[in-house]
Design a binder for this molecule. Structure first.
Ligand code: ITT
Length: 199
């Protein structure tokens, strides 16, 4: 008999509308409806004072779960640049004033040759089920930091994250959603939901 997934709706704990859009683009074709935290009546903005992606993802998911008591996911993500020892990492959102993060990173890397500009995007998802049980899944996407901003799609560091010949801001969201750190983490989440939360 076909297994039926019990979870067809979850709340995403985020204040980042681009993340919410990407998660919806990926999960809705899989039959999972994603409510924003606002739609679910939980407009929280907790202090992300954890020391790694997992801790921050859990802080966000738990703050919304405590209000809605429904399945909740939160995504903590960032860009880790090898020649900077993994920075900005968990500080990606606070690295520079919004809209200036690419310029700041380009400036920090201005003397670094192409071969040493390797980087990865990381995404850790905390998923809390209806009973309050937490699970983590994660995904990574490897690329290089370019020498200039390219393209106008996406958000955050996308214009300087080179995935092969093109930046993440030059490809469509459809293409990004096949290979991104977020897409990888969501594939793992979907597997988890299928394994653990089926009739
Ligand atoms: P929430 O915490 O409310 O979800 P946020 O933007 O503060 O939103 P994070 O704390 O996880 O999220 O910070 C992630 C930052 O990393 C984000 O603001 C971007 O600057 C960057 N980032 C993450 N994923 C990205 C992606 O797919 N493309 C470009 N930049 C990304």
């Amino acid at each position: 008999m076909m297994k039926k997934m019990k979870i067809d709706k979850l709340v995403m704990a985020t204040n980042n509308k681009n993340k919410l859009r990407e998660v919806r683009e990926i999960l809705s074709p899989l039959g999972i409806e994603v409510l924003s935290q606002r739609e679910a009546g939980a407009d929280t903005n907790p202090d992300e004072n954890g020391s790694n992606f997992s801790e921050n993802a859990y802080i966000k998911a738990k703050s919304v779960y405590d209000i809605v008591k429904l399945p909740v996911m939160a995504d903590d993500s960032g860009l880790c640049v090898d020649c900077l020892g993994g920075k900005p990492g968990v500080y990606s959102a606070r690295y520079a004033p919004e809209g200036q993060e690419c310029e700041k990173l380009l400036d920090e890397l201005k003397d670094i040759p192409e071969s040493e500009r390797t980087a990865k995007f990381v995404c850790v998802i905390s998923f809390i089920d209806e009973n309050g049980e937490n699970n983590f899944v994660s995904g990574e996407c490897h690329g290089k930091i370019g020498f200039e901003k390219r393209g106008s799609n996406g958000f955050g560091y996308d214009p300087i994250f080179m995935y092969g010949e093109k930046s993440f801001a030059e490809i469509s969201s459809e293409e990004k959603n096949k290979v991104s750190h977020r897409a990888e983490a969501l594939k793992a989440l979907y597997r988890l939901l299928n394994e653990r939360y089926c009739d």
